[in-house]
Design a protein around this ligand. Structure first.
Ligand code: NAD
Length: 339
């Protein structure tokens, strides 16, 4: 059993914890959380063990009457590795703590690529993580685009990809920030292209992005020029067979992200999560050498299977296929058309 500690219990950390608890080869040792909020109280009622980043926060937890088991340093003594899901920039600072304990660690996409030995997307470079000490699971947008472009590039080499990203502004619980009644462009080529190149070095891709006032899903509009072309049937067949990509259709009235959110609830998915890229079947079209399509990415959930695979990858405990099979079955991940 791999003994896992999770540092940071927000949007991503909570989901990593739930996913680790579903793995037959992992045990959750504990969680580091800064603030003793409602999510800690729910976690305690489920038997989770919480630790605080340092002793300065003791009074806050004592005043809230919330039980904790010690500090980060104490949690790390009991772990084989740590998954850091703290806010952007904090993981880089925490790295020296993990290094000083001789622990392997996994960081998230908010950290710069230099935090780790490898930026990781399971389907792209699982095998390259062998012997690495620090991995960085790339952001939600990068994960969704890397899965898609890698799958297409392997079968039908890509000459160029142009991606327009329509991004949710904040996650659903972030009432303190976000954009209202406006569209906020990233001027010039957005940072996503640079981040994609940390995992897909050889693909010629440019990205453009705007943020809009919604809290669920990013939508990607993707145009891909293939070197040798492919038929519409070829592209659909390929995507139907690709792991962690699920095809949906507007004919089933899945015609907006609002409908996707409702769909996840109809499926009774935990936290209404989608771990898969959701590619609209009826958005796929082929025009000469160009393939165009649209996909939705659930920003809160898509990186969770990658974190679970990253745990096995740096532990050298399973090969890529074994790990992804275990992850997909434990999280009920679809890799086909929904209907
Ligand atoms: P979040 O703000 O929801 O959660 C971070 C948690 O870490 C909070 O509970 C915070 O209190 C806690 N924390 C802060 N400092 C800490 C410390 N020193 N020790 C322990 N805990 C600490 O953030 P998030 O959205 O879960 O993002 C985490 C990482 O995942 C970031 O790198 C982000 O870029 C990346 N990411 C986020 C999303 C998303 O859509 N939210 C998607 C993919 C990747």
């Amino acid at each position: 059993m791999i003994r896992v500690g999770v540092v940071g219990y927000g949007t991503i950390g909570k989901r990593i914890v739930s996913a680790v608890l579903k793995q037959p080869d992992m045990v959750l040792v504990g969680i580091v959380k800064k603030t003793p909020d409602y999510s800690v109280k729910v976690g305690l009622s489920k038997g989770l063990r919480f630790f605080i980043p340092n002793e300065d926060l003791t009074h806050l937890w004592d005043e809230a009457g919330t039980k904790f088991y010690g500090t980060t340093a104490q949690l790390l003594e009991e772990c084989d590795l740590v998954v850091d899901a703290t806010p952007k920039g904090t993981g880089m600072n925490n790295k020296m703590i993990y290094e000083s304990k001789g622990l392997k660690a996994i960081f998230q996409g908010g950290e710069p690529p230099e935090v780790a030995d490898l930026s990781f997307v399971a389907q792209v470079n699982y095998e390259d993580s062998s012997g690495k000490r620090f991995l960085r699971v790339v952001s939600c947008n990068t994960t969704g685009l890397a899965r898609l472009l890698h799958a297409i590039n392997q079968e039908y080499p890509i000459d160029k990809a142009i991606v327009f990203l329509v991004r949710r502004s904040v996650d659903p619980n972030q009432d303190e920030k976000g954009v209202i009644d406006c569209v906020v462009p990233s001027f010039g080529i957005s940072h996503h292209a640079k981040d994609l190149k940390t995992v897909l070095r050889d693909i010629n891709v440019v990205t453009f992005a705007v943020k809009i006032p919604v809290t669920h899903f990013h939508v990607h509009m993707v145009s891909i020029k293939l070197r040798n072309g492919a038929s519409l049937r070829d592209v659909i067949d390929l995507l139907e067979e690709t792991r962690r990509i699920a095809l949906i259709s507007s004919k089933d009235k899945l015609s907006s992200t609002a409908k996707l959110f409702d769909f996840s609830r109809e499926l009774e998915r935990s936290r209404a999560d989608f771990y898969e890229n959701l590619v609209w079947l009826d958005s796929i079209c082929v025009e000469g050498e160009w393939v165009h399509l649209m996909q939705a990415v659930h920003q809160e959930a898509i990186v969770i299977p990658e974190n679970i695979d990253a745990i096995r990858a740096i532990s050298n405990s399973a090969d890529a296929t074994t790990s992804m099979n275990l992850t997909d079955s434990s999280l009920s991940i679809r890799s086909s058309r929904f209907f």
